[in-house]
Design a protein around this ligand. Structure first.
Ligand SMILES: [Zn+2]
Ligand SMILES: [Zn+2]
Length: 74
């Protein structure tokens, strides 16, 4: 299955927790958002998905494209 890219929809987030710009579909993990920054979102503070330390390698196992807390700005 080829990896494809589409524009992200409101409420979809990057693995770093930022709002996603694009979503890659067809990955072995399913759809994954990307915010457009390659810093991995490894800012200070806990992982937005599991509340633990930031993950240096790969995405959080609790990552969801549309987490419950991701509300599009009004
Ligand atoms: Zn990001
Ligand atoms: Zn995490």
């Amino acid at each position: 299955m080829a990896i494809r890219e589409r524009a992200a929809h409101p409420g979809e987030v990057c693995t770093c927790g930022r709002p996603a710009l694009v979503v890659h579909t067809g990955t072995k993990w399913g759809p994954i958002g990307w915010c457009g920054l390659n810093d991995g979102g490894n800012l200070s503070g806990p992982c937005p998905f599991c509340g633990g330390p930031r993950h240096d390698l790969g995405r959080c196992p609790h990552y969801e494209l549309r987490p419950d807390w991701a509300q599009p700005p009004k």
